[in-house]
Design a protein around this ligand. Structure first.
Ligand code: 16G
Length: 245
């Protein structure tokens, strides 16, 4: 980043030239993926431009997804994410999905506990009065890339001890003979709020997919009610369609 670089960056307003210079630095590897950008004040001084110009150039690169702004820690070069393509017709677990792709998966636990159910959980899981619910919240990571935040609620009748789930929830449900065989999933668009963006390593306001899954046993009883937030830049959900009559 220097005055000379900026002058060599073609024509147009200063912030556009600065944006091009920063893009070029990432392309050339001078700024590596995950690297922190120098403070705006330093960039302004190096390139001999105003802080308003720096802010504008950075804002555009954040909107493009090349840079990520994290509150309290600065601006970073985004890590490119490899997209996951997931079929919408199969009831699989995250662990299985990733293993099938040859990727390693792990969870960073945010919460595991037994609770008195909320009215939503009570209704959706069809809980009898007095029954508890096991809640499991975690950040799901594949090949060191955070992909989703999942908040699962499972009827206490089927999963009395959430601490028994160390990695795969479905593997534990299978062991307990209550692995779901059918699920209904709802996907909607959302923008990331600060706390979630921080966990997923994306900018506040980045595109996300909010996914709700309710899964059932063969008997029709609901086992799991999971609300997840997936990175919009990391997932393609693919459904096969057949002609309807
Ligand atoms: C998937 C499911 C989630 C389920 C989890 C179990 C979606 C949107 N969600 O991530 O509902 O709880 O798999 O994964 O697909 P696990 O067995 O690896 O813990």
């Amino acid at each position: 980043l220097s005055l000379e670089r900026l002058q060599a960056a073609g024509t147009g307003p200063l912030y556009v030239k600065l944006r091009r210079t920063l893009e070029e630095a990432v392309r050339a590897g001078t700024l590596g993926h995950g690297d922190a950008l120098p403070p705006e004040r330093d960039i302004a001084e190096l390139a001999a431009v105003s802080r308003v110009t720096v802010r504008k150039a950075i804002d555009e690169l954040v909107a493009d997804g090349l840079l990520v702004r994290r509150h309290g820690s600065g601006t970073f070069v985004a890590k490119p994410v490899s997209k996951v393509e997931q079929r919408l017709s199969q009831l699989t677990s995250f662990t299985e999905d990733m293993a099938r792709r040859g990727m390693s998966s792990r969870s960073e636990w945010l919460h595991k506990g037994i609770h008195t159910p909320s009215p939503d959980e009570m209704m959706i899981l069809g809980l009898a009065a007095g029954l508890k619910v096991s809640r499991l919240s975690r950040l799901r990571i594949a090949d060191d890339q955070p992909l989703a935040i999942e908040n699962a609620s499972v009827s206490g009748e089927f999963l009395p001890d959430p601490s028994a789930v160390t990695n795969s929830l479905y593997a534990e449900l299978e062991r307990l003979n209550v692995r779901p065989v059918r699920a209904v999933q709802r996907i909607s668009a959302t923008n990331m709020k600060e706390a979630d963006a921080q966990l997923l390593g994306v900018s506040v306001g980045a595109a996300g997919l909010s996914i709700e899954r309710i899964s059932y046993l063969g008997s029709g009883r609901a086992v799991e009610f999971t609300r997840s937030l997936y990175r919009g830049d990391a997932y393609d959900f693919v459904a096969e369609l057949t002609i309807g009559v």
